[in-house]
Design a protein around this ligand. Sequence first.
Ligand SMILES: Cc1cc2nc3c(=O)[nH]c(=O)nc-3n(C[C@H](O)[C@H](O)[C@H](O)COP(=O)(O)OP(=O)(O)OC[C@H]3O[C@@H](n4cnc5c(N)ncnc54)[C@H](O)[C@@H]3O)c2cc1C
Length: 432
Amino acid sequence: MTMPQTVDLAVIGAGASGCMAAAAAAESGAGRVLVLEGGDKPAAKIYATGNGRCNLTNLDQSLSHYRCRPEEAGILERVLSAWTNDDMMAWFMDRGVLLHDRDGYVYPRTDQAATVAAMLVRTAEEAGAEIRTRSEVRAVQRLTDRSAGTGPRFLVRTDREEIQAHSVLLACGGIAGPQYGCDGSGYALAASLGHTVREPLPALVPLCCQPVQGMKQAAGTRCMAGIRLLCDGQTAGEEKGEILFTDYGLSGIPVLQLSGLAARALKAGRRVSLEIDLLAGIPEPVWARERERRLDMAGHAGRRTLGDWLLGLIPDRLQAPVLGRYGLVREGRLYKVDPSRLARILDSLRAFTMEVTGTQGPARAQTTAGGVPLAEVSGELASLYVPGLFLTGELLDVDGICGGYNLRWAFAGGRAAGLAAARESRQERGQG
Ligand SMILES: Cc1cc2nc3c(=O)[nH]c(=O)nc-3n(C[C@H](O)[C@H](O)[C@H](O)COP(=O)(O)OP(=O)(O)OC[C@H]3O[C@@H](n4cnc5c(N)ncnc54)[C@H](O)[C@@H]3O)c2cc1C
């Protein structure tokens, strides 16, 4: 029987944090670094990020753009401050990935995510890490009979082989994007090694809403809006920006930003709704005058329809759902509707409510809410339970909003864990 191959560090998952960890570990003398990737191409998800442009970080580094338990925020802060945003951007630029920003959102100058993916893979490989694709890891087992305390600590199993490793770094991502290889199997591996897993839920994901009369025809309509997330009637979050009405509900960046909170609240059995201000950006005094003018118009309506009456306030295709709430249609005659009802219709434009029933699920999600608690890892993302084990990226229970925050977390954490694994490996080999 052939002996399993032995490596110093086995990185599981060649995504954002895994490639970064492998590069950092190999560059700082970790010894033999092997990356096992289930898919047939490394860094597959990175190619899809930022609509193919890869929004890899943001100039605004406020921690308020991340969601994690307040008592665990110290770990997030330690990881991000150990490798600052400037350090990280310099790292990319030193390796030929020039950067530029739009309103603080940082992209490669080429506006091609492929630039970032290719550079990461090349850096890891040039530093000596081996990336083995089509190698989905099925199990990681702790080895108890370490000879003189220095032998390999883990046995890693794929369908094709068994590998012994001194250290293991779990970088399997979460449940977001199963089409890029993230099926949540990393959680099972972490749990099998003794870690807790808080239920992973899709986040940065479009929301499904209860059908609204006339909304099917409005699908595809975009609108600048303010949105307020209500959980059991209490405000849980607010955002502003361009939202997108769809045949299943709502999308657009402001909706995605609130989706993790919505998913958690739905899971907890709370009633979740979105209150949409379709007139966002119109100052109150301006709206007060315009409201008066529209109500006045009703006094001498002539042959005007309700559609004519609403013209210019909201996109035409939203008129049907707005009027449908009052049992009215766009073609209806304005003179037939009494003034108090018209006033209520105008007021509803400031608070158009949609009941949220669910999310579009992992395949449409950009990240995961939930995962392994940050309380179970050190500031270098080493497991506090299992010596030689590291956990990075989306696998951990922290999620960023849109704007480059999730990749920033994955890269900074990957680097921290990769360097720590390398240091351990050098010590084990007596190289300081
Ligand atoms: C469509 C889309 C667009 C996005 N855009 C942005 C953006 O512009 N900016 C931003 O900051 N974030 C963005 N994100 C989020 C960001 O890509 C992720 O948060 C980040 O990639 C997570 O890094 P990770 O290393 O934890 O996991 P991933 O990058 O997801 O990598 C995990 C890897 O592990 C592999 N794997 C999983 N299980 C196993 C196993 N058992 N054995 C072997 N391999 C395994 C997977 O195949 C995958 O390659 C986007 C996400 C999506 C889906």
